[in-house]
Design a protein around this ligand. Structure first.
Ligand SMILES: [Zn+2]
Length: 238
């Protein structure tokens, strides 16, 4: 994008889409970028429908951390009780500051709404993003801090997805089968400790992933449409 194109978008659809999530161990069978890739898929679809600017994914995230002597365990490492390879996290205050400053530049550039989406469900990540959402209520640019836990299933219950389990595995199968290595499921001790085995994942399918992603997209889209209506922002399509 060049400045002329940015000016045009700001005049017609001042919406920014920001996918955010850490690189994180998701079992032997899933790609590290699972969470930001899911967030990016949702926002790309939304951007194609509603217009605006799709920002490059920020591979940033935070999680719970426990320090014992010289060792630190982060997020799923606490559940596994051992270090897991490949994750990159920021302390919660650093993560919150990185997103806050990025959002304030988007606001300065003239965006009226930014949809920040994370596939990463750690409470520390969600709290930091939701704080930015609530602080935006009195600002020139509103923020929607979307995450999968906001999805309400057909039975009326919130969709609490398990780490690297049925939902995430099925979704990555739909997004890009090359991101999933089912034949590796359960081959590490950490997989077995966390119940990520070929047996427990046998019901996963690209079709189940597509259905879940479409449901989440539909609910995210109506959250965006409602907020746009509240702030008097006309969308080019609905
Ligand atoms: Zn995940």
């Amino acid at each position: 994008m060049v400045p002329e194109e940015l000016r045009k978008v700001l005049a017609t659809a001042p919406l920014a889409y920001l996918p955010v999530g850490p690189l994180e161990w998701h079992g032997e069978h899933l790609s590290y970028g699972c969470d930001p890739i899911r967030a990016g898929w949702l926002l790309e679809r939304l951007w194609k429908d509603l217009g605006g600017v799709l920002l490059p994914t920020l591979y940033l995230g935070t999680d719970g951390v426990k320090r014992t002597g010289d060792t630190e365990l982060w997020g799923m490492e606490l559940a596994a009780g051992e270090p897991l390879p490949g994750g990159t996290f920021l302390p919660a205050d650093v993560f919150a500051a990185a997103i806050k400053h990025t959002l304030s530049f988007l606001e300065r550039n003239g965006f009226r709404l930014c949809i920040v989406c994370t596939g990463h469900q750690a409470p520390e990540q969600i709290q930091a993003m939701e704080k930015l959402e609530s602080e935006s209520r009195h600002r020139a640019m509103r923020v929607i801090a979307w995450q999968s836990g906001r999805v309400i299933k057909a039975n009326g219950q919130p969709d609490e997805i398990g780490h690297a389990g049925f939902e995430e595995t099925s979704e990555l199968m739909h997004i890009d089968p090359a991101l999933v290595r089912m034949h590796r499921a359960g081959t590490a001790a950490a997989d077995r400790k966390l119940g990520l085995t070929a047996d427990t994942l046998s019901a996963c399918s690209a079709d189940a992933g597509r259905q879940r992603l479409e449901l989440e997209l539909q609910q995210l889209k109506s959250a965006v449409a409602n907020l746009c209506r509240d702030i008097g922002l006309k969308l080019q399509t609905a």
